[in-house]
Design a protein around this ligand. Structure first.
Ligand SMILES: [Fe+2]
Ligand SMILES: [Fe+2]
Length: 268
């Protein structure tokens, strides 16, 4: 059987996460021999947003598609870049007229892959149109071209994410959640042949508050006053995501393996 392998990695947080990606991606490539690499970059620039420079660096590292989420607009310089580079996605269900795209196709190793980024609406503030209807429309279009479709659903609520998994079951190769930065232990293949995980996790400092230093966040809970967030820089670190193996002909997922690599060494 002709199969393809795709690595999907969760939100890379700040310089800490970028250093981890630089260090670990060559190892993951060696180990898993992926046909495609998808990484969420919404927190890659100082914890909020992404810059063209980061997107270029990641392309050189071998990242094929960068997904984002609610932090996509935090670094203004990405806006013109998004208009010209379709491998960096913003949520597809953002309002009509927003710069950039939320869906892309890429042909590699003789296979065409479709990648979609959508954002949830539960506990997410004001964010766009219905992700379910939007994704359905995009998947219908993509399936005319390829059955190899990967969806990054950037959302907070487990129920909304699992709902998306069931909604797309049998129609896409994988639905992976991002945004909460803590990897969930529910990676599995849904009955229709769709690989699923509620959240991929992140690349960042492990003893942090989802990648930023814990004290300001604790103070926010304790005193309900605004706090400045700083990206956490101390070891140990975690880098997490999944590797999905898919039947190249049917697009059905055959296997989903979690990547959860804890690194004790300080980063240079
Ligand atoms: Fe994030
Ligand atoms: Fe997010």
């Amino acid at each position: 059987m002709n199969t393809v392998k795709v690595i999907l990695l969760g939100d890379v947080v700040g310089e800490t996460g970028r250093k981890l990606l630089r260090k670990n991606l060559p190892l993951f490539k060696e180990l898993y021999k992926p046909d495609l690499i998808i990484v969420n970059g919404e927190n890659s620039a100082h914890g909020k947003g992404i810059t063209p420079k980061i997107a270029e660096e990641w392309q050189e590292l071998g990242v094929d598609v960068i997904t984002t989420g609610n932090h996509v607009w935090d670094k203004q310089e990405i806006i013109p870049y998004l208009k010209e580079h379709t491998h960096v996605l913003r949520p597809a269900n953002y309002p009509e007229g927003c710069p950039g795209v939320g869906v892309t196709t890429i042909t590699k190793n003789g296979h065409t892959f479709g990648v979609i980024n959508v954002i949830g609406r539960v506990f997410m503030g004001m964010h766009g149109d219905c992700p379910f209807r939007k994704v359905e429309e995009l998947v219908t279009e993509l399936r005319k071209e390829t059955p190899l479709i990967f969806v990054d659903f950037h959302a907070e609520a487990t129920s909304e994410k699992l709902g998306m998994g069931y909604f797309l079951e049998g129609k896409v190769s994988a639905v992976v959640g991002t945004h909460t930065h803590i990897q969930t232990a529910d990676a599995r293949i849904l009955p229709g042949g769709t690989a699923y995980i509620t959240d991929l996790g992140m690349a960042g400092s492990l003893n942090s508050m989802i990648g930023v230093t814990k004290d300001p966040i604790l103070n926010r809970f304790l005193y309900q006053m605004p706090q400045r967030h700083e990206v956490a820089v101390d070891a140990p670190f975690v880098m997490s995501g999944v590797v999905v193996t898919v039947d190249a002909q049917t697009g059905k997922a055959l296997k989903i393996e979690s990547i959860y690599k804890v690194d004790e060494d300080p980063l240079d």
